[in-house]
Write a protein of this length. Sequence first.
Length: 358
Amino acid sequence: MERYREVAFAPKAAPYPLHLFPEFMELFELTRTLVDIESITENERAVGEYLFQHLSSLASTTGGKVEKMDVEADRFNVFACWGDPVVTLSTHIDTVPPFFASREDDEFIWGRGACDTKGIIAAMIFAIRELLKEGQRNLGLLLVVGEERNSTGAECASRNGRGSRFLINGEPTENKLALGSKGALRFELTARGKMAHSAYPELGESAILKLLDILSDLRRLPLPCDPVLGQSTMNIGTISGGRAPNVIPDEARAELFFRLIDAGDSIEAQVRQLVNGRADLFKPLHVPAVHLGSVPGFETSIVAFTTDIPGFKGAWGKPFLFGPGSIHVAHTSQERIPKKQLVDAVPLYKQLVKHLLV
């Protein structure tokens, strides 16, 4: 943890006038509290319990209801509603590793999950609080587990719809409405060989060389392009294998991640045709790209990352994608969220909800 604090760099900026807006302090405090509860994927229980208690306290004074939606052992989504939800705000409560605790300066709140998506959760809660004070009803807040791995929380929620007509999904889009997001296709490759003494390679069969040949072929695949979402991309994320430097390797593995601009069927077909028995091929994740709507008065953008939206399968209504923070610092040792974007997100979430409630 300390290593990440040492390398963190905060650009100089004029101090944000917090003393003029004491209510901002509470928003920042909630963000930091959430960041400081470690919730790496599959370990979301503690932050889920905190959010359940926090929202139960809010619901008890505003006529709302809060429930835990079981996903699997020790994992649950949290759903709060006020009336029958027409608009549901939603984001995920898990983070990528490694955990590092929060800190702040004049411009940013730093820490794992600060922008992806603990700050977004805080902004959504504050927006709902203000909407309730203004007499708005028919609102929902759905906080799910597992987005960073396989969207298991969204998949579970897709089987437990509550009649919502619109879903506002929170991800770091720099407070712009995303017109679309790329999909994801992940493969695990395992090449098999035969062990032998490295002095006599002719007696063995190198699984690593097999894998390298396949990966070289994959890098030459032509990938589709979309006029809105841009170019499909492939990342060779991990490579592992072998026993020792003086042993011909009998097994080697690699993980591939494609960012999709369509359903991904053509890429999958190409990969399967290319591998064609040269290695074992397993597909743990396949999420199609999505095109999203816009709302008057909001800036728009296109994002290359994948979200929970496909996992909801339309069960929570027409999706929109919006949130403070930049994806470029998510998943890094420099993760942070600008305080100004965090503050600005509250009225923008309110504006979006009101537009959809009309």
